[in-house]
Design a protein around this ligand. Structure first.
Ligand SMILES: [Zn+2]
Length: 433
């Protein structure tokens, strides 16, 4: 073909492309109307608001009299309800269920855990939690779950996942219930700075968005104590250095007093649990801006229902040791102004009950607004996702929930979420007229 013929062909192709672009359907706009909207950043309730959603994003938000609803937009009128940004839980285990705790957990396969995760992802989303950080799962079942949700195959929240939690041999993140001849160690076990650096690289290789490790003993593990430290400061520092180098944040499981201090000094982004925090721990966390992610609801569940769910006696005894101290420590941290992010350890108790923790946060020192912020603006900041979730603002993902009543005067309204939208898609609407 001659050069001039090529020019003609190219011209025709670009003309066809223009026609195709012109006739492509424009993304439809949805206008959500509600009597009230919580501006979580400013800490006030605004009346008669409209949120325009196009595709998966918030296009505009403002008073009904000022925001023009485009012709052809679908109007979703939520009546007298109150809109909030989708909630965020920074500490869940979607692939675990309390029914499968204790010795029973040894018989649950990784594929079964992934399917359990699909069930729990849906429950969590319908409870109004549109984003979660999943901190610890076996066999990268959390990575598979995240990817399946992102592909639109199953309903669920946006997920940041850690893969297996790193920890020391025989520590909280290892498996200590099997005799030596089984020769079993959990996949996140690594000892010494070099092995920890390699393991951090490995979990990132297989899909971890965030690194979780066990800085102290725990409640659900056999033969260790929540108060004891399980990584040295040098080991924690090696882990944080490698995670940071690869742009990953770090969550440290730490009940023990010294583990909290050393992990915060090592530069972790959040302390999970924080049960035995003392004045020095509060001071160090405040100084470094380390978030406290304290699961202060589940004490009620473990102590009242744990036996019925097959939790080991050792677990229930340990919970008696740390439960109330954790709540008292939380109050102390709240008074001093340690940064708080909402995290419940759902999986220890049934998924979908996440919002029950708000009332406990308020009982132990947060205002209702601070409790809402712990699960919106603060949680988004901890995740590094302040540019996409946590507020109802132009450009953010259209992740919205609605409740009846005002959560800033009655925090338990968040336990009854009536409307859930994630990425512009409505997953629940019990308010439709
Ligand atoms: Zn946990």
């Amino acid at each position: 073909m001659k050069f001039s013929h090529w020019i003609v062909v190219l011209f025709c192709l670009s003309a066809l492309q223009l026609i195709a672009q012109d006739s492509a359907p424009k993304p439809k706009t949805v206008a959500i109307k509600a009597a009230h909207l919580v501006d979580v950043r400013a800490g006030r309730v605004l009346d008669q608001q409209v949120v325009l959603v196009t595709s998966d994003r918030i296009e505009k938000v403002g008073p009904a009299g000022e925001v023009e609803v485009p012709s052809g937009a679908t109007v979703v009128d939520l009546g007298a309800s109150t809109l909030l940004p989708g909630l965020i839980d920074c500490h869940v285990h979607l692939t675990s269920d309390p029914e499968n705790s204790g010795l029973k957990s040894l018989g649950i396969s990784i594929p079964r855990e992934a399917l359990t995760g699909a069930k729990n992802a849906r429950l969590t989303l319908l409870a109004g939690f549109t984003t979660v950080r999943n901190v610890g799962a076996t066999g990268y079942s959390d990575v598979a779950l995240r990817d399946s949700i992102n592909a639109g195959e199953i309903p669920g929240p946006r997920m940041l996942v850690s893969g297996p939690a790193l920890g020391s041999t025989g520590g909280h993140c290892d498996e200590n219930r099997l005799a030596p001849e089984f020769n079993h160690r959990e996949e996140g076990v690594a000892d010494g700075a070099t092995a920890i650096t390699v393991k951090t690289r490995e979990v990132i290789k297989y899909g971890a968005d965030v690194i979780k490790f066990c800085a102290s003993g725990g409640v659900f593990s056999k033969g260790d104590l929540p108060g004891t430290e399980q990584y040295s400061p040098a080991e924690m520092s090696a882990l944080v250095t490698e995670a940071r180098r690869q742009g990953r944040k770090v969550a440290a499981h730490a009940h023990g007093t010294q583990a909290i201090i050393d992990a915060s000094n090592a530069g972790v982004n959040s302390i999970e649990h924080g049960s035995l925090i003392d004045d020095e721990g509060v001071r160090v966390m405040k100084e470094h801006g380390t978030y406290l992610v304290a699961d202060i609801y589940n004490d009620d569940f473990i102590l009242s229902r744990g036996k019925e769910y097959g939790f080991a006696d050792e677990t229930i005894q340990k919970e008696r040791m740390v439960g109330q101290r954790q709540r008292d420590g939380y109050r102390k941290a709240a008074q001093v102004g340690v940064k708080m992010a909402f995290g419940t350890d759902a999986g220890v108790y049934p998924h979908g009950w996440n919002a029950r923790q708000f009332a406990i946060e308020v009982k132990y020192g947060l205002s209702p607004l601070q409790a809402v912020q712990s699960a919106t603006t603060n949680a988004a900041d901890l995740l590094g996702w302040s540019d996409r979730v946590g507020t109802i603002e132009t450009g953010k993902f259209a992740d919205l929930i609605a409740v009846e009543g005002n959560p800033l005067s009655e925090i338990t309204t968040l336990e009854q979420v009536k409307f859930v939208m994630k990425g512009g898609q409505i997953f629940k609407n019990e308010l439709a007229k």
